[in-house]
Write a protein that binds this ligand. Sequence first.
Ligand code: PHE
Ligand code: ZN
Length: 866
Amino acid sequence: MADMQSTNAAAPSIIRRSDYRPPDWLVPGIELDFDLTAAVTRVHATLSVVRNGEHDRPLRLDGDGLFPLEVKVDGRVLDPEEWMLDGGALVVPLTGPAHAVETRVEIAPEKNSQLMGLYASGGLLCTQCEAEGFRRITFFPDRPDVLSRYTVRMEADKGRYPVLLANGDPVERGDLPGGRHWARWTDPFPKPCYLFALVAGDLACNADRFVTMSGREVALGIWVKEADLPRTAHAMKALKDSMAWDERVYGREYDLDVFNIVAVSDFNFGAMENKGLNIFNSRYILADPETATDLDYDGVEGVVAHEYFHNWSGNRITCRDWFQLSLKEGFTVFRDQSFSADMGSHAVKRIEDVRILRAAQFQEDAGPLAHPVRPESYMEISNFYTATIYNKGAELIRMMALMLGPERFRASTDLYFERHDGEAATCEDFVRAMEDGGQIDLMQFRLWYEQAGTPHVRALLSHDAANGTAELRLEQTMPTTPGQPDKKPMAIPLRVALFDPATGGHKGDQLLMLTEAAQSFRFEGFAAPPILSINRGFSAPVIVETNRSQADLAFLSAHDDDPFARYEAMQQLMVNGLIGRIGGQAVDEEAIVAAIRGTATDPQLDPAFVAEAIRLPSEAYLGDQMPVVDPDAIHAARESLQQRIGAALEPLWRDIHAGTKANGFSLSPAAKGARKLRNIALHYLVAAGVEDGPAIAFAQFHEADNMTERQAALATLANGTSDEREAALDIFYNRYRDDALTLDKWFQTQAFACHPDTVELIGELRRHKDFTLTNPNRVRALIGAFAGNQWAFHHESGKGYRLVADAIIALDKINPQTAARLVPPLGRWRRFDEGRAAMMRAALERILAEPGLSRDVTEQAGKSLE
Ligand code: PHE
Ligand code: ZN
């Protein structure tokens, strides 16, 4: 035990789901005392620990970079021989069934550039503990199945940190000599330490109230820098809407007297659901017409809702271990998606969500980092906050909700909340609640949690004129993924309808369950061959291949009454055209132009839907449809089709652009839809190459009374080489240089642009005085966005890869979590030609060779090369 000097973190090892064991010691209560300064914060923790079961194992408290200045057991100071440090953890042998264990440590928030644990951001002190940040604050069993009641006392300089916040309810506060003050908070709900939070700073409050369904009054506070107060109205509205929605739709009521949200400018993710004290990346709180796009407004609404909904799906019921992460994240994403759909348009929300799923999750599933929704192992849990856990996880809940129907789904979620309230639960617990509450067998469905990869479904419709029947043959295959060479057939719910081309209608929508490798379904009463509408509403997260002709797709793009299927038909029509063109086939582009004209001039359609339907599939999505991605050919084909559509429908684009100019800013769905459509029209007009294109874009940029139109105009100009491009970028920069969130847009717009010299321009921006690796938003705006710009990032010289690898290496020394999130685009090398693949691998090898590389980046880069 004398060997307590070693504070080295353990060598990267693999944590397995199958190794789960209940904790040796429980910690029913903890008192924390913080003496806060940015340079040195002293933390005194008193844990009441209770032996869990019969064993003689010592108490093991996780720690990361901590050294105990004092350890006490039941009031007695231990000698250094009575404890030891093991891989950062504090190990204390204990004799009895229950003890009070105290530790004192000192930490340095100011030096914490990882943004995990207690850190300084813009003059504030704040915490981030999920997943394993609490061990950077104090010694504790840092695992989600150890639930404790917290009492927190904070002491700080009153001038610098007039506001002191923590979880739960404020109980007491007072002044101290020397301009200092203190506050005590207690949280009556036992919680895992990843939900702990505190904030100290000079903050102003947008205060409001909400009366819950049982009549309790809750004090709401959104805390920001004084100057940002006017930008918090949308977040407050979103919070109150979320609280009412969760009562109405899930019967879930808020449970504390206060609910606080704090916005910080340096944050690794979007936001964090700490009990009663959500901490947000400021980009998901602050919004006003001058600086926020409609997408930003929707982001604020969605993330505020997401974090609020976690109070039940995450906090009241938490996760047993981190392999169950999708238990809270998948369900909560499903809940926030449903909420946003209810607040706006179901059709458009579903289209947007599927686009995100395909862009992020399908790519993940198809690459070296593919993992199941409930993973089997990890090296660094921070790497598992993925589109698979979040977005595919949400699709799993959505499929179960579809199979159960609304009433039985609600009965099942009621059962889940009732059964597991106050517990650390598993994905299996959730599925069992769905089975018990919904009277359904989900045995085969559980494979969705176990098997990684996106199922492929081949759908072949044939017609027998003599019998007047149609037959739908469905075949499913699962691609192999790392560690999973053999797959079993999945249970796939597919909503289908068969359209009669003569009437333009169908006889009803059906839910087919595809459960075998191949299955056929027969339909009676079709004198003429029907047209297949399949995976309506995107009922299952699968890739569907059909034998539908371009004419069938054109028909559906005009007649399908399921908005998602209608959108999908239009997109497939365009994909087929573009892929055909890349393959050197003759393509009937007139059919595409006609479908766009038909959709854009249909007065029945919601403009926001029209805008989604008529925009060309992204270059990345086109790449996903090819055996080997050819970024240059994709870019050329897409640009040329865009030009063709722009030119062929020029008068229409001019009409739409002129006719959707608003008079005053509104956030109504109609106003948002009009802006979306107007921006697409502008885009096509400029793509057409009309002489006054850049001037029209510049005028929109100049005259806009909102960021949605201003940024879209800027993005349109950023693609070209016009004089207006430079002018607009300069104006934008000078107008917003002091507003970090808006300056991010200036970086991001250039990173997404397809300019002949994009890579060089990004290199220059990397050296710009306003670029910094210490702010994750800025890193994502430039480097993250650039890595998502397929054509520029995959420049055949390999200079795009070098740029991103350099950034990863530099950032890893500052913030490994954010650095690791930049690795996946390089890991897609198998999808590219040999030349590019070799350069991408070389970039990964260079990263891996870096001495002192973090566990985060080691895992991502290492797996990417396997
Ligand atoms: N749990 C957060 C959410 O999804 C995400 C998060 C994870 C934030 C890790 C910070 C760190 O709402
Ligand atoms: Zn979440």
